[in-house]
Write a protein that binds this ligand. Structure first.
Ligand code: COA
Length: 416
C-alpha cells in the first residue's frame, strides 16, 4: 500500500506533546520524520512519569512512533553544520521551542529560507506572533485557560475547569499538520516554502467557537435558553459554565445508571433531540408525555428539564450503562456509555479499527497507543515503536554523506 507522504523529509525539532503529536501523524502517513534531540537527555518526556526504570516513558513512546532519532547538539559549530546539511535536504522543519529559541540557536526564518528556499518552517507557540503574551512559555492548561475553554467548562458553582482532552497540546499539533500539508500543496504551485505558525491559544479558541456564538447571543438577548441556568437561574454578562449541558441546542445530561454508587463511570450521556421526543417517551415508558403540552416542545420542556432527566434516571436505575444504550439505540436516541480508559484500552471495536494499537518496543516489550483516528480506503497506517535516543544517529549521518571517521569525530566532540 503506498504511503502518500513517502519522500517527504521532516526535521522534527519538537518536544513534549504539541509538536510531537503533529510530526507523529505525518510519520504515520509516510513522511521520514527525523527527531532531533539533545545528546544525553533528549526529549524531556523520555524521563517523565516513568513506569519502568531505565525505559522510555509512555509519554514519549505514545507521541513519537514511526520516527527516527538523531542526537545533535545544535549549539556547537559541528552540530550546526549537521543541521545545515539536513535543512538543505529536507522539506519541512517543525519546532515548538519557547519563543525566540530557534533564533538564538542561529536558525532564524531568514537563515533557514536562505539555506533552502523550498523548506517549510512550522512552529507551535503559546500565543501568536505580536500577541501581548507572545513571550510566554506555555503548557496545556495555560492554553485552555487563555483560549476560553476553562471559563466555559465545569459547574456554575465551581471554579473554571480544564478538560482532560489535550485541547492545547495535541489539538494544536493537529492544526499544525493541516497547515504543513497546505504549505506542501502551496509549494507544489509556487516552488517556495513558507512559514506556518499555530498558537495554542488560537487552536483552543477554534474549538470554543460555539461559546463565542453564545457570548454574542447573550449580549443581544440577555439569556441562553439551552443552558441549565434558564429559566430559573441568573445570567451575568459572560457565558456561564453549563455543567454537562449539550452545547449545540440539544439538551442533554450525564445520567446515573445501575451501579453508580460504586462505579464512578456507571453513567450514560442522554440527549433529548427535538424530533426524537416521541421515541424517547416510548423508550422510557412515558407515552402520556408525547402529546402533553407541558412536554411536547423543547420550549415547554426546558423549565422542568431536570425533572425529566430525574424521571429518565429512575428508569435507568435497574439498567447498566450498556443495557441502557442497547435499549435506547433501538429507538434511535443519541446516547453513549461513559467509558473509562480501562474500557477504551480493551474495547474490541477500537482494537479492530486500529484506533487502539499494541506496538513493539525495544525496551518496554510492547505498549498500547492511540493509532490514527483518520481512516483511509487506500492507506492503513502501520504504527511502529518509538525510537531509542539517538538510535538512528549514525544511519542519518551517513545518509548525509559523513564518513565513518567523520562520524567518530562528531561523537568524540559530543556534538551527536
Ligand atoms: N541542541 C542544543 N540545544 C537545544 C536542543 C539541541 N538539540 N534542543 C533544545 N535546545 C535548547 C533550546 O535552544 C533552548 O535554549 P535557549 O533557552 O538557550 O535558547 C533550550 O534548549 C530550552 O528550550 P525551551 O523550548 O525553552 O524548553 P523549556 O523546557 O524551557 O520550555 C516549553 C518548554 C514547552 C514551555 C517551551 O518550549 C514552549 O513554550 N514552547 C512553545 C509552546 C509549546 O509547544 N508548549 C508545549 C506544548 S506540549
Amino acid at each position: 500500500m503506498s504511503k502518500p507522504l513517502e519522500g517527504i523529509k521532516i526535521i522534527d525539532f519538537t518536544h513534549v506533546q504539541a509538536g510531537p503529536a503533529c510530526t507523529q501523524l505525518l510519520a504515520w502517513f509516510g513522511a521520514d520524520v527525523i527527531k532531533v534531540e539533545r545528546p544525553g537527555s533528549g526529549d524531556v518526556t523520555r524521563n517523565q512519569l516513568r513506569d519502568i526504570p531505565d525505559a522510555d516513558a509512555l509519554y514519549f513512546t505514545m507521541l513519537n512512533s514511526n520516527k527516527r532519532s538523531l542526537t545533535l547538539d545544535t549549539k556547537t559549530p559541528e552540530g550546526k553544520e549537521v543541521l545545515e546539511k539536513l535543512v538543505k535536504e529536507s522539506d519541512v522543519l517543525v519546532e515548538n521551542f519557547a519563543p525566540g529559541a530557534l533564533d538564538r540557536m542561529g536558525f532564524t526564518w531568514e537563515r533557514l529560507n536562505e539555506l533552502n528556499p523550498k523548506l517549510i518552517v512550522a512552529s507551535v507557540k503559546g500565543f501568536s506572533d505580536g500577541h501581548h503574551y507572545d513571550d510566554l512559555k506555555v503548557y496545556e492548561n495555560v492554553a485552555q485557560c487563555a483560549g476560553g475553554a476553562a471559563s466555559t467548562t465545569g459547574f456554575w458553582d465551581g471554579p473554571p475547569t480544564v478538560s482532560a482532552a489535550a485541547l492545547g497540546d495535541s489539538n494544536t499539533g493537529m492544526h499544525l499538520a493541516i497547515g504543513i500539508l497546505t504549505a506542501l500543496i502551496g509549494r507544489g504551485q509556487t516552488g517556495r516554502g513558507q512559514k506556518v505558525a499555530v498558537s495554542m491559544q488560537d487552536s483552543v479558541i477554534n474549538l470554543c467557537r460555539v461559546k463565542l456564538r453564545d457570548q454574542q447571543r447573550l449580549d443581544r438577548v440577555g439569556y441562553l435558553e439551552e443552558y441549565p441556568q434558564y429559566p430559573h437561574g441568573e445570567f451575568t454578562d459572560v457565558v456561564p459554565r453549563g455543567g454537562n449541558a449539550g452545547g449545540g441546542g440539544q439538551p442533554g445530561w450525564v445520567l446515573k445508571c445501575k451501579g453508580w454508587e460504586t462505579d464512578p463511570n456507571a453513567y450514560i450521556y442522554f440527549t433529548i433531540q427535538g424530533h426524537a421526543w416521541e421515541p424517547i417517551c416510548r423508550a422510557i415508558g412515558k407515552p402520556e408525555w408525547i402529546d402533553d403540552p407541558n412536554y411536547n416542545t423543547a420550549q415547554a420542556r426546558q423549565p422542568h428539564i431536570f425533572d425529566i432527566f430525574a424521571t429518565i434516571e429512575a428508569w435507568l436505575a435497574d439498567k447498566t450503562k450498556y443495557e441502557a444504550v442497547d435499549i435506547l439505540r433501538k429507538f434511535d436516541i443519541p446516547c453513549a456509555p461513559v467509558l473509562s480508559m480501562k474500557e477504551i484500552a480493551n474495547d474490541p471495536s477500537l482494537r479492530a479499527s486500529g484506533t487502539i494499537v499494541e506496538v513493539p518496543h525495544k525496551q518496554r516489550g510492547s505498549y498500547l497507543t492511540v493509532g490514527s483516528p483518520i481512516k483511509f480506503s487506500g492507506l492503513k497506517p502501520e504504527i511502529t515503536g518509538s525510537p531509542l535516543l539517538g538510535e538512528h544517529t549514525d544511519e542519518i549521518l551517513s545518509e548525509l554523506g559523513y564518513s565513518k571517521d567523520q562520524i567518530a569525530n562528531l561523537h568524540a566532540s559530543r556534538s551527536v
